[in-house]
Ligand binder design. Sequence first.
Ligand code: GTP
Ligand code: MG
Length: 195
Amino acid sequence: LFAGPVDFVKGVVAMSGLPPADRVEICFAGRSNVGKSSLINALTGRKSLARASNTPGRTQELNFFALGEDRYMVDLPGYGYANAPLAVVEKWQKLLKSYLSGRQTLRRAFVLIDSRHGVKSVDDEIMNLLDKSAVTFQVVMTKADKVSKAELAANFEQVKGALKKHPAAYPEVVLTSSEKGDGIETLRAIIAGLI
Ligand code: GTP
Ligand code: MG
């Protein structure tokens, strides 16, 4: 699936702009700067398909990518702190929530958690929204290269514990590093297996 072309379809700024709900969709959600866009680049093997940057709030639209003929992969704006005007941030946060709770073809949301930080209260809020909307979500821990093995193990346990109270959580947590490539093949296989 990931060996074929991946095309940018469109950047969406309002629910009315969503492409037709005619295929399996997966999305990447998470706090600003957690590594959503970098993960899409690692998965597709394309350095700058999705724009990544060290400034939180880089992605400000719902960016749709066509993966093969029958899947959309969506890079979402982050939640939590962002380096952008408040009015703008509020607008995209509202859109993000509408999308996560109201997209019929959304097959699985990947919720990204920074390996250094574990699950924070903003993450918990998004997970509550996904529970309420009955959208199955799976946690992907990012930036595993930035922590020691001991810290990674401790935060992995924290994440597993935090997921217990979320009925929509898929139990398997994937550890990744977009920088080093860890976990990327595993995640590709998970995505390819969703139908
Ligand atoms: P927003 O669009 O602002 O919400 O951010 P994002 O979640 O898309 O994060 P992005 O992919 O832009 O990455 C943020 C920063 O983290 C960039 O400087 C990346 O290079 C860095 N980064 C992302 N993934 C990794 C990783 O696995 N390891 C390391 N060391 N750095 C990473
Ligand atoms: Mg981004």
